[in-house]
Ligand binder design. Structure first.
Ligand code: G1P
Ligand code: ZN
Length: 539
């Protein structure tokens, strides 16, 4: 039965870098989710001609959100919904389906790498027909509507069984429940040489992939174990659970403790990898060895020709501003067009759509290519496995070889979490005002070359974005400061440090960066302003 339900608006439905991300309990407030979805629908014309892809990472509230979404889509006369079986779709799989079947948009219910459960986070990621997240002009519109919305449309009915693959119609809306994994696997088979990868495992190569009990389990088991022949048990925590089994599905040195323990023993598998909750982030490990995501992007770029999909060359490569300069050196050496963009995948999307780049990545464990319009965790793992299969080298050998050739960017990110928004905003404002005075100043051995906000002028849509503050030193070292745009409460200050060395290749990153850290703390008066003597998270 079609209903029009009166509602009152919420004031905090502004999307950040990863869509709308909130504490689960905030999302569970009566009408909160419905208001937001109706606000999105209200920005789309001719819903009766639109098809949307729908899925989620399996976290708590996923199933409830999808059922509500289906009922709202029917009530809003949406033409068709393509839904992942059991309500599951990884972010990259959704982007692929969106593009492959030329649909008009996609909804992934996920708070990405944030913990799930009733005390965790929940989120809505909304992509448009480009396959990538919507531009700010649209999210601003949605936000404006959400602040004045007075009613939403709802179709009252029993919940739909999402476990069976089938196609049916309710009122004017066609609903198709599809295999969540199949299209994604086909895409990977078209990019990589699966025979070479099968041979690698046939030769006894061993790996562990940690899916953190989130969405990538079924994808990873299918690809690595069933198709490529990795030993059973190579994928751990493969079962998507509402609370991720209590795990924090963020693939980095802080949260991937189980995998790190496995990889940091003498008899560890040859290769380790993890993805985040919705499958767009990746971490790459060797035996007792960690590959920094900035290095990973540089290494993949250097080896792109060995991958069937890239063997005839790539358009170019891009990194986000805080990501280390490692990939810039590779781009120069290979004579590839190179771009530096603000944090957030949507900036890469414009460059992909206009054939300016093929590969791109961020320091925050995101790497990808123009095969879709999101970063892609399993793709990155397959790329690394392909390099190993081709070169016969280990993860550590490949990385050390890279440093020998190009030098090494020591790199770490320091996060100061749970700050009061006003304190964090003021810190950034005052720091920005101070930047022009820093040029030429000396801190220990570091002399400031330039200090300025990072401003990006998009060559495609001509928009200009300011995001983050850069202090660059004469030896090439950099400090980048920015505030997180993905938190669900309070503010997080991120401080990104990089020090380049051509010859010192075997130092501990933390030691190499200690002086720079002290300088970064001093310049921004972090302790005085936040009371924090050190970062909460270092990755
Ligand atoms: C973080 C990462 C950023 C990434 C985003 C979405 O955003 O830093 O690189 O694109 O998550 O995964 P932030 O919280 O820093 O705004
Ligand atoms: Zn994610």
């Amino acid at each position: 039965m079609l209903q029009t339900i009166q509602t009152t608006p919420f004031s905090d439905q502004k999307m950040g870098t990863g869509g709308l991300r909130k504490k689960t309990k905030v999302m569970m407030q009566p009408h909160y989710f419905e208001n937001f979805i109706q606000s999105i629908f209200n920005t789309i014309e001719n819903l009766n001609k639109k098809t949307f892809v729908v899925g989620g990472d399996g976290r708590f509230y996923n199933e409830i959100a999808i059922q509500k979404f289906i009922k709202m889509a029917i009530a809003n006369n949406v033409s068709k919904l393509i839904i992942g079986q059991n309500g599951l779709l990884s972010t990259p799989a959704s982007s692929n389906i969106l593009l492959k079947y030329k649909t008009d948009g996609g909804f992934v219910f996920s708070a990405s790498h944030n913990p799930g459960g009733i005390n965790g986070d929940f989120g809505v990621k909304y992509a448009n027909e480009t396959g990538g997240q919507i531009p700010t002009s649209i999210s601003d519109k949605i936000y404006a509507i959400s602040k004045t919305i007075t009613e939403f449309k709802f179709y009252e009915m029993e919940d739909i069984d999402l476990s069976q693959l089938r196609k049916f119609k309710i009122e004017n809306t066609e609903i198709e429940i599809i295999d969540s994994v199949k299209d994604y696997v086909e895409m990977m088979q078209n990019i990589f040489d699966f025979e070479a990868l099968k041979n690698l495992f046939a030769r006894g190569f061993t790996m562990k992939f940690d899916a953190f009990n989130a969405v990538t389990g079924p994808y990873a088991q299918k690809i690595f174990e069933d198709i490529l022949g990795a030993a059973k048990g190579s994928v751990i925590n493969y079962n998507p659970l509402p609370d991720f089994g209590g795990k924090h599905p963020d693939p980095n040195l802080t949260y991937a403790t189980e995998l790190l323990e496995i990889m940091n023993t003498p008899n560890s598998p040859d290769f380790g990898a993890a993805n985040d909750g919705d499958g767009d982030r990746n971490m790459i490990l060797g035996r007792n060895f960690f590959v920094s995501p900035s290095d990973s992007l540089a290494i993949l770029t250097d080896y792109h020709k060995i991958i069937p999909a890239y063997k005839n060359g790539i358009y170019g490569v891009a990194k986000s501003c805080p990501t280390s300069t490692a990939v810039e050196r590779v781009a120069k050496a290979l004579n590839l067009p190179y771009y530096e963009v603000p944090t957030g995948w949507k900036y890469f999307v414009n460059l992909m759509d206009s054939n300016r780049i093929t590969l791109c990545g961020e320091e925050s464990f995101g790497t990808g290519s123009s095969h879709i319009r999101e970063k892609d965790g399993i793709w990155a793992v397959l790329f690394w496995l392909s390099i190993i299969a081709k070169t016969g080298m280990s993860v550590e050998e490949i990385t050390r070889d890279h440093w020998k050739k190009y030098g090494r960017s020591y790199y770490l990110r320091f996060d100061f979490e749970g700050l009061e928004t006003e304190v964090a905003d003021k810190l950034m404002q005052d720091l920005e005002a101070k930047l022009p005075k820093l040029a030429g100043l000396k801190f220990d051995d570091f002399k400031v070359e330039t200090a300025h906000p990072f401003v990006y002028n998009d060559p495609v849509d001509k928009s200009s974005t300011k995001n983050g503050l850069i202090v660059k030193f004469e030896d090439g070292s950099r400090i980048v400061y920015r505030l997180s745009g993905t938190g669900s409460s309070g503010a997080t200050l991120r401080v990104y440090l990089e020090k380049y060395s051509k010859n010192r290749l075997n130092e501990a990153p933390r030691q190499m960066l200690d002086n720079l850290l002290a300088i970064a703390m001093e310049i921004a008066e972090i302790t005085q302003r936040t009371g924090k003597k050190e970062a909460d998270i270092v990755t």
